[in-house]
Design a protein around this ligand. Sequence first.
Ligand SMILES: [Zn+2]
Ligand SMILES: [Zn+2]
Length: 339
Amino acid sequence: MKDSSPAGMRWTIRLLSVVLFFLFIGLLCYIIGDIDDLRPPPELQNFYDTGIDAELTRAQREFNASLEVIRMDKARQQEIKTNRSEAMGVARDTWAQAQRVHQFELTAGRQPSTELREELAQAHEGYTAAQATFEEANTELADLGAQEYAIKQELATLENRIRPQRVEAYDLYEEATKDHNHTLATYKLSFIIPVSLLAAWALAKRRESIYRPILKALLLASFFWVVVVMHEHFEFKYFKYIALTAAVLIVLAFLVRLLQSSARPRPDLLLKQRRESYHRNTCPECAYSYPDDHGDAFTCPACGTGLFANCNACGNSRHNLLPFCIHCGSEEAASAVSA
Ligand SMILES: [Zn+2]
Ligand SMILES: [Zn+2]
């Protein structure tokens, strides 16, 4: 982008470069996502299936199934017990009622009728029967409880045998996951780092290229993904060293370039600086303000740099530090410019 481009065009170029940067980010995101899909991640269940004795798992499954059945039976039996307890209560009340009527007749000095006696006997029978069924439900429940306890004991023993195998299988799974991550990271980085380096190399090589904004967008986008991939796949303790090293290298590279260009300014920057100084009537070397009515030949009184001299071609006064004579256009030797 030339400094002389109109401001509107410069801003359009900047805006489009930013848009391009985000498009590059998106494109690289898809490519990296596809690399992720190249290999399915390890599955924990597979490691359990191979690492744990199948016989033990089968036994565990069966015990769990029986436990489930027993729990259902227990719930049902609990319900039956509650119902029978209620029925027993009703039978007891009926019997008590019959007893009270019977007693009343006796107290009144009357012999209770056959009907009444039968009623009392039936009520008593009913209560006894209800009590028996209630006891039965209770015993059944206690049996189920005992079975449940026995199965739980078996399960605990099994679990003790399975646990070490499961822990071992999980360790293997974790290791496989780590390997998987490293493999993916290697794939991704061996794609994204060359892209990044290529963009950086092209940018460093082609300082004058008009396509620099495109290269810059590609460099920044690919560098962004280098950081993201590293962050995703490396444990923090490694990542922080890598990130810090990269940051140090980048800052160093910029610093070295700045130091170099301040020691040996690039010709185009030097020319720009001199052009602007002449425009402001100041010495390009020491910023001394010289008067408008300087002679044909003029040396800076502050630093001794020759600012104006007679042209070798036309003899008129020319800018000593600029390449072309303002009068005849002849180009002076480069030594005058890089004095
Ligand atoms: Zn000067
Ligand atoms: Zn001239």
